[in-house]
Design a protein around this ligand. Structure first.
Ligand code: M6R
Length: 612
């Protein structure tokens, strides 16, 4: 994934583009660049590395005179991160500049075709073909050149192009990658995501696949690829700019962890405990007959979203008494999945742009399944292509490590589960009432956990020097252990293995040596004794156990056995994942801080993975 920005208007474009790129840093950070339509020439600056390097590179009035331009932040796919491979890319005449997000699948053929016609390439990227195609097709009209270009391209793209001969015009197009036009007064903006222009405007057009926008300071015209003009609805962005910034926290990740009580309330608002009582989810668009017919649930996702799906397997099966299969999107597409007629098919994706998840969604639809998407991003590809969408309303998540998005995915899955139970009659009115009340109380309990950071910091201080550790749990605790371990690995680079507690003795116990940190989750009352014996097995081999247990009768016994105990406030056992993951997020964060890691932008990772 990469990020695109564009600006045209009365201000100097450089600072506007720079601040826009900084807001999109979560989309990629291996190189950055800008092209500005300055009075005498098209000025371009690009470099490998972070935006701060670009900022140091660009100086002097020359750059400040441009009133329009485009910028890019890259996460490499074709061609290693380098100054030359950084965007923008130019054509041979150096009059056209483009920025691109996505993958051009037929770029080798296009490159050969263009080289045969005398074009010279200087980068290893797929994107450079766009600049040369525009040059090839240009007959005085940039829109037509872009329209002809995108018609030749196979694959995914969001792109913006400028031409030195038209000092205030940007032409943009998209297919399968997001692109949004911010509408100002006497100025307009282009971006891969809304935070890039939220300081300037909250009004926007969300471009659809196949649309091409011609953007000048005073007008935005949107066309189909055949050149027919389109009338579009203006979207009002409801997030505020501050929500997309750090608000005084040192990192987006900790800000997003702290925002979780509010995010949870937003997910439940209007869906639980409203005037009619109970659970109300009209967005599922399921008739009572359709709900009654559901005999199986299939969930597809990647990474943290997959872990949310794994929790749902336990909880849905327990409540609805129907089988639930959870699959990694990247695996689902390459086996021969058996999709039954009476199956509810769900995909989960925070970004709504994950290529593997999108491919799985498309495959399921091709096989005739109606797809329900759980996503955080309105206007994302997953949201647009699914048959029905359940928005998590987590608000913008900028840190690469997913926290509040995961929590709101979990609560969305609980809402869906209880709603189905209510409609199917799988639970009694009293049971549903108890579950609803417990859910509404969760944001307050999350707040109490967040106030106990000092307890976690002590554990993090022990964990930080280790290069390896284990997370264990049984039943839903195992699903949460997987998420806790992933969180630690991705931001602190400590190798963390999550195991079902009962499985450790079948091999991995051999790796438990003196002092090795083991994080043990014990939240399910029915299996406390079994979990305690697993902890004793580890203690007997010298393991250093940090236990995260639901407050209750047995917690004092745990206190005596383990090296550190975090008491999680009590709720219904089945809802514990919403609470037990919070200290694990904090543990990952504080361990990464203690190890001096770049928490928000971990190495080799990107917020949304738009390649399969
Ligand atoms: O946007 P998605 O939910 O589809 O993303 C899926 C994964 O790439 C994502 O959850 C990833 O595992 C996170 N970095 C985890 O923190």
């Amino acid at each position: 994934m990469s990020g695109i920005v564009g600006y045209t208007g009365g201000q100097s474009a450089y600072p506007v583009l720079l601040s826009g790129l900084k807001k999109l840093e979560y989309r990629g950070y291996d190189s950055a660049g800008m092209a500005l339509l300055c009075p005498k020439e098209l000025k371009i600056a690009k470099t490998m590395g972070k935006i701060s390097i670009l900022e140091k590179m660009i100086g002097g009035d020359g750059y400040l005179q441009g009133l329009a331009g485009i910028g890019h932040i890259r996460w490499a796919t074709h061609g290693a991160p380098s100054d030359i491979n950084a965007h923008p890319h130019l054509d041979c005449s150096q009059k056209f500049a483009i920025v691109h997000n996505g993958i051009i699948e037929n770029y080798l053929n296009l490159r050969r075709w263009l080289e045969e016609r005398g074009h010279r390439f200087i980068s290893e990227t797929d994107s450079e073909v766009l600049a040369h195609l525009i040059e090839h097709f240009f007959d005085g009209d940039l829109f037509r050149a872009v329209a002809n270009t995108v018609e030749k391209v196979e694959g995914s793209f969001a792109m913006a192009a400028i031409y030195d001969g038209e000092k205030e015009k940007l032409v943009c197009a998209r297919r399968d990658c997001p692109l949004i036009i911010g509408l100002g007064e006497g100025e307009n903006f282009v971006a891969s995501d809304v935070p890039a222009f939220l300081d300037h405007t909250r009004r926007a057009y969300i471009l659809e696949n196949g649309e091409i926008a011609v953007v000048t300071a005073d007008a935005v015209e949107i066309y189909t690829s055949r050149g027919e003009i389109r009338t579009k609805k203006v979207d009002e962005i409801t997030w505020n700019a501050a929500e997309a910034e750090k608000e005084g926290y040192p990192h987006f990740m900790i800000k997003e962890i702290m925002e979780q009580p509010q995010a949870l309330r937003r997910t439940m608002q209007g869906r639980l405990g409203g005037p009619g009582g109970g659970f109300a989810l009209p967005e599922l668009n399921l008739t009572p007959e359709e709900i009654g017919a559901i005999e199986q649930i299939y969930i597809i996702a990647c990474g943290t979203s997959y872990h949310a799906g794994l929790v749902a397997k336990y909880t849905m099966e327990r409540i609805l008494k129907i089988p639930v299969e959870v699959d990694l999107a990247s695996e689902f597409c390459y086996r021969e999945p058996l999709l039954d007629k009476n199956m509810l098919f769900i995909v989960i994706s925070q970004s709504g742009e994950t290529a593997d998840t999108l491919a799985a969604l498309r495959l399921a639809r091709k096989k005739g399944k109606r797809v329900l998407a759980i996503t955080n991003i309105v206007g994302s590809s997953v949201a647009r292509e699914a048959d029905n969408v359940f928005f998590t309303w987590a608000g913008p998540e900028i840190a690469v490590a997913s926290t509040k998005a995961y929590l709101t995915q979990l609560s969305s899955l609980y809402l869906i589960t209880y709603y189905l139970a209510q409609e199917k009659g799988s639970l009694s009115g009293a049971e549903l009432g108890e579950a609803g009340n417990a859910m509404l109380n969760l944001p307050d309990l999350v707040e109490t956990i967040l106030a106990r950071t000092d307890e976690i910091q002590k554990m993090a201080a022990y964990l930080a020097p280790w290069e390896s550790c284990f997370y264990i749990g049984r039943n839903i605790d195992y699903a949460v252990a997987l998420e806790g371990a992933l969180k630690l690995e991705e931001i602190s680079y400590v190798h963390a293995e999550a195991y079902a507690s009962g499985e450790l003795k079948h091999g991995t116990l051999a790796l438990v040596t003196e002092g090795i940190p083991v994080v043990a989750l014990v939240t399910q009352r029915a299996i406390i004794e079994k979990s305690l014996s697993n902890i004793k097995e580890i203690k007997a081999r010298g393991g250093h156990v940090f236990c995260f247990a639901q407050e209750g009768e047995a917690t004092d016994e745990f206190q005596r056995e383990v090296d550190g105990l975090f008491r999680i406030p009590a709720t219904l056992d089945i809802l514990m994942p919403i609470l037990s993951v919070i200290p694990l997020q904090l543990l990952a964060y504080h361990t990464a801080i203690a190890r001096g890691c770049p928490v928000d932008n971990p190495r080799n990772l990107t917020k949304s993975v738009t390649v399969e």
